[in-house]
Design a protein around this ligand. Sequence first.
Ligand code: NAD
Length: 346
Amino acid sequence: MNGDSMTYLVTGGAGFIGSHLTEALLARGDSVVVLDDLSTGDRANLAAVMNHPRLRFVRGSVLDAELVADLTGRCGAVVHLAAAVGVRLIVEQPLKSFVTNIRGTENVIAAAHRHHRPLLLASTSEIYGKNGAGPVDENADRILGQTGIARWSYSTAKAVDEILALAHHREFGLPVAVVRLFNTVGPRQSPAYGMVIPRLVRQALAGEPLTVHGDGRQRRCFAHVADVVDALLKVLDHPGAVGGIFNVGTGEETSIAELAARIVARTQSPSPVVLVPYEQVYASGFEDMERRVPDTTRLRELTGWAPRFGLDEILDSTIAEMRRRGTDAPGVPRPAPADLAYLPRA
Ligand SMILES: NC(=O)c1ccc[n+]([C@@H]2O[C@H](COP(=O)([O-])OP(=O)(O)OC[C@H]3O[C@@H](n4cnc5c(N)ncnc54)[C@H](O)[C@@H]3O)[C@@H](O)[C@H]2O)c1
């Protein structure tokens, strides 16, 4: 991986993080081929660059091994972001999510191996499962619940992806780096699939109750997508990153109840905040973790990366974008009737 201008294949490039990465690569002079099936992504996410001469958009699936191999052969490096993402989607479509996240990645790794292309693989903090011990570094244990709980199948699929990718590095010299992304937020993130900040912001702006799942004491850190993209570029460009795993996230912790209160204050919404038991939101057997905080020492020491945006700036940019697009705009779906069923009755 190096800093020379080249063509990147970005799978999932019409998604939230992928579209920001695509813009950043184009802005620095690289060319981008986006492969996206638009399942959770949206062409509108690429609106600002859709006619860019160095962008090619291909609607297709990472499950199409031939297509992936063909596009990989035409590019100099691959960033694999395509995945079934979001707690809600994973819980509601466990089989489809599992297949996409394992077979799709297998296809991408096989293509990178065949053409010997550098690969940056997007993994997740879900890897750590229920390990809530302080800031977790990349060597922290994975603590998972039973296989029957859909959430852990996402974690397991991403773990298989990491294992496959790193085994290709060790056994065949494939230049691979893995980034474990913690909660990432900012403009273009859809509230439709269980992402907490866009969902709460939408509720606040629509004057609906902000629904906090569980007891609201679960603690999280949120990184701005611009900082995450900066981390991806730094890992892509650093030769020392090859063969490594890197946490990407911020250390500014908040409970979800505090987060909801902060969103109410910053939107000046009249909405109340209500606690909703997990059983009423997800199918039975949902599990959450108390605390998730990254230790990003490894990334900082290698690349000098440090996040620039704090939580208030993240909230303000999400609020501003949703005000601009409206809470009914495409990509900002209203809750299905089933969502409303769990609101406390007046
Ligand atoms: N957003 C976060 O907080 C977060 C946290 C940890 C990890 N990640 C990882 O980052 C990556 C990007 O996530 P995101 O938040 O931008 O979500 P996203 O849903 O916006 O992006 C995923 C993209 O992949 C596309 N996609 C899904 N299945 C596909 C398939 N079979 N073929 C081609 N394209 C397909 C979707 O249409 C979408 O554009 C994912 O790999 C995800 O696991 C994200």
